[in-house]
Design a binder for this molecule. Structure first.
Ligand SMILES: NC(=O)C1=CN([C@@H]2O[C@H](COP(=O)(O)OP(=O)(O)OC[C@H]3O[C@@H](n4cnc5c(N)ncnc54)[C@H](OP(=O)(O)O)[C@@H]3O)[C@@H](O)[C@H]2O)[C@@H](O)CC1
Ligand SMILES: [K+]
Length: 484
């Protein structure tokens, strides 16, 4: 699990730690970790440290201070280090340390082009104190560094991104490796910023990262977390332990959504699937999946809404499902028929456009800060909300942190993926998982399956590969259990 905290929370953690150790110590710890990471990167790309040339781009704050102190450590080991002052006046003590170690300082060239030998670039322009975007001259430099193809190590985060939201609304650096300190930031987990970070190293600087009760925290699932948490059936599991799902998805106009949701539920390991939707999708499902049942009866969770279109009795169907007291997934068209308040055991699975409609906002408001949007949706509806997209976020009234599913390849963003995902999540609800966990595991298992298969695969074909993924994850969970 990757834990991330917003800039304000990080500053509070730092403030508390500084009371114990003093303010210089944290920066020296950060610089030592950064220098070690840059040295490892130099060995990887040049095979040595001595005789390599590192250009350290620095801004006016402590992010530049980290970079300058790290540069001093590298200079002391035979690396030719020059700092380029990109914004304002560089951190005084850091600059003094670099100059004393034999490094030098240059101004930002007017044309944004770096001259002289460059083995690697360190981006220490802006850190958590940075506003998103870069002044024009620095933006030109970032583009030139990108074009030149030099390896880039970012200090804390690639300058120009928004640390707290993962947005990159203007120019920003692109790193091969990002070295962060104490705790990850949301920008390391959330697209599009995540895509600019490269590999992320976390350096321990002694912050006490204990509380995750307030609203500033994110937890990013990794594949091993998914392997540990998936509810694999045991030898004694009957169909009710594995979960009986009632699917009311698809319509005569959009039958495919019903078929895809059923593929998701069946291949995620539902004990039994009752298909309770319209006739046309029911006929298609009957022809494809003979294990599905079509009569009403006992279920443990509902799926409503995928492919409903303009269904006249949509509100009645949602109200009837609420009356059962069972958990439910509400997807797509079903989201238009919600009452004012829902239980936290209900899971809403909108994409950005649907979430915007749900909150009476425009889509841009959601995409500018998906974290804020998913939190607001959970608070307003009372339900758990999975916001689908490049980063899949889960917020619930049950706790303050937001979950981020394992990221998948971009090709999974295709029509029908959400229908399959609805079926997977409904199966996990039926197996007894809380809605937030069903959402995180469901979105993650779909992403992990896609990661392990060369795509693009159509959503039903990806669903058919879920059992293979689950087999691999179960073996992994046994291996993890054995080494615990
Ligand atoms: N705190 C700690 O204990 C530790 C912190 N550590 C390190 O400190 C980093 C945070 O340092 P920081 O707070 O000094 O902020 P940082 O991002 O370097 O620069 C802010 C300056 O940039 C300016 N500015 C901002 N945006 C701009 C823009 N778009 N365009 C132009 N200018 C812009 C801004 O100007 P202003 O907002 O005042 O106008 C201000 O002058 C953190 O990421 C980590 O690396 C580690 O050492 C571990 C211990
Ligand atoms: K940076």
């Amino acid at each position: 699990m990757i834990t991330a905290a917003t800039a304000d929370t990080v500053r509070e953690l730092e403030r508390r730690t500084m009371l114990d150790v003093g303010d210089e110590v944290l920066m020296q710890r950060a610089a030592a970790g950064l220098a070690a990471a840059v040295a490892a990167e130099l060995r990887r790309c040049a095979g040595r440290l001595h005789g390599t040339a590192v250009t350290v781009l620095v801004g006016p704050g402590d992010n530049g201070g980290d970079a300058l102190f790290a540069g001093a450590r590298l200079a002391a080991r035979g690396v030719a280090v020059r700092a380029v002052a990109c914004l304002g006046r560089p951190h005084a003590a850091g600059l003094a340390a670099l100059l004393a170690a034999g490094g030098r300082l240059e101004d930002l060239p007017d044309d944004g082009r770096l001259r002289g030998p460059v083995t690697l670039v360190v981006d220490g322009v802006l850190g958590i104190g940075g506003r998103p975007g870069l002044p024009e001259a620095v933006a030109r430099l970032a583009a030139a560094v990108d074009d030149a193809g030099w390896p880039v190590v970012a200090v804390d985060l690639p300058s120009g991104i928004d640390a707290d939201t993962g947005a990159a609304p203007g120019a920003a650096f692109r790193a091969d490796r990002t070295v962060t300190f104490g705790v990850h930031k949301p920008g390391h987990l959330l697209e599009p910023a995540r895509g600019r970070c490269g590999a992320v190293d976390l350096v321990d600087i002694g912050l006490q990262v204990t509380s995750d009760e307030d609203g500033g925290w994110l937890h990013g699932l990794e594949e091993d977390d998914l392997a540990r948490a998936w509810p694999y059936p045991g030898p004694a599991s009957d169909k009710y332990a594995r979960g009986v799902v009632g699917l009311d998805a698809g319509s005569d106009e959009y039958p495919g959504a019903g078929v895809l949701a059923t593929y998701g539920a069946v291949h995620a390991g539902a004990g039994m699937v009752r298909f309770l939707g319209a006739d046309r999708p029911a006929d298609l499902v009957r022809g494809l999946l003979p294990n599905v049942v079509f009569s009403p009866g006992r279920v443990q969770a509902h799926l409503l809404g995928s492919g409903w279109g303009d269904r006249p009795d949509g509100a009645d169907a949602v109200a009837a499902a609420l009356d059962t007291g069972l958990p439910a997934v509400v997807d797509a068209d079903g989201l238009r028929f919600l009452p004012d308040h829902l239980p936290a055991g209900w899971l809403l699975t909108p994409h950005a456009g649907e979430l915007a409609r749900l909150l009476d906002r425009d889509r841009g408001w959601v995409t500018a800060d998906p974290l804020r949007a998913v939190r607001e949706a959970a608070a307003r509806t009372g339900a758990t909300v999975l916001l689908k997209g490049a980063s899949q976020l889960v917020a619930t009234p049950e706790h303050g942190w937001v979950g981020v599913a394992v990221p998948g390849p971009a090709w999974t963003a295709q029509a029908g993926s959400g229908d399959v995902l609805g079926g997977i999540c409904a199966t996990l609800l039926a197996a007894g998982l809380p809605a937030w966990q069903a959402a995180l595991l469901g979105a993650s298992v779909q992403a992990v399956t896609a990661r392990h298969h060369p795509g693009p695969l159509p959503p039903h074909a990806l669903a058919e590969r879920l059992p293979e993924t689950l087999g691999r994850l179960e073996a992994r969970s046994r291996a993890l259990g054995a080494t615990r």
